[in-house]
Design a protein. Structure first.
Length: 256
């Protein structure tokens, strides 16, 4: 079985960080360094079909959780704390429910255990319009994406995945073909009977609609010890929009 790629920072208690859809471990490097300064060995992980990890036709939360379990076994971790954002939060929830004894504390950033209808299609459509063989620079890729995606921040998030595959040829690190086919898997809910009895913190952005007050009942059903905190002045990318408060609230929970 292939091993997930990771960037490991610091020493101490292991903390796994899982990025969201079309993201990668590098998105969390700044915050990962801060967690390391608080005494954690931080594992910034690329999930399959993302970042520098392997590509595969198989892609669902059960398999993503199994990838993480294999990662635990490789590094001989009996348990660790896990933080997951968006899609990574769903992976973290699935992992915690399936491998309860492996999770000391669980942090889920701006995603609930419920079903989400596909809502990234316009991004996928925009990315598939790019003819990578004909794009000579990052600025040209940005110019072409801007015709479809007007939000500068989302474009920069996507363009961070660009790299020089070979001299003069750009490519994306994510596996666009498979992720486009598996879009519906991203919104799948947690299994109806799955639950995790350990300490759990859900963080939501004050301007995000991903976790509503009505979702608290469903959260508590799966995670009876769950706490819900709100990050001020932040949307779905709450860790990037208010990193100071994100670190503060998560560290209070981790240190409790």
């Amino acid at each position: 079985m292939s091993l997930l790629h990771s960037n490991i920072i610091g020493e101490g208690k292991p903390l796994m960080i899982l990025h969201g859809f079309l993201g990668m471990s590098d998105n969390w490097k700044t915050l990962g360094t801060q967690y390391a300064q608080h005494g954690y060995e931080v594992h910034l992980i690329d999930q399959r079909n993302h970042g520098k990890s392997f590509w595969s036709e198989e892609f669902n939360y059960t398999i993503l959780a199994e990838d993480l379990y294999h990662y635990f076994n490789y590094y001989k971790f009996s348990s660790a704390c896990i933080l997951g954002h968006s899609m990574g939060g769903k992976t973290a929830m699935t992992f915690a429910c399936k491998y309860q004894d492996s999770v000391d504390k669980l942090i889920v950033a701006d995603i609930a255990p419920k079903f989400y209808p596909p809502h990234h299609q316009y991004i996928i459509d925009a990315l598939t319009t790019l003819r990578m063989d004909e794009i000579p620079s990052r600025s040209q890729a940005d110019f072409l994406l801007a015709k479809h995606i007007h939000d500068w921040g989302i474009r920069q998030f996507l363009l961070k995945n660009l790299y020089w595959k070979e001299k003069g040829k750009l490519a994306f690190r994510f596996n666009l073909d498979v992720l486009a086919q598996k879009m519906e898997e991203i919104g799948e809910p947690l299994g109806h009977t799955e639950s995790f009895a350990g300490p759990t913190l859900f963080l939501r952005g004050s301007r995000s609609e991903y976790i509503t007050t009505e979702d608290l009942f469903e959260i508590k059903r799966h995670f009876p010890k769950a706490e819900l905190e709100t990050i001020d002045d932040a949307g779905h990318w709450l860790h990037a929009e208010n990193p100071q408060q994100f670190i503060e609230k998560s560290m209070v929970f981790l240190n409790a």
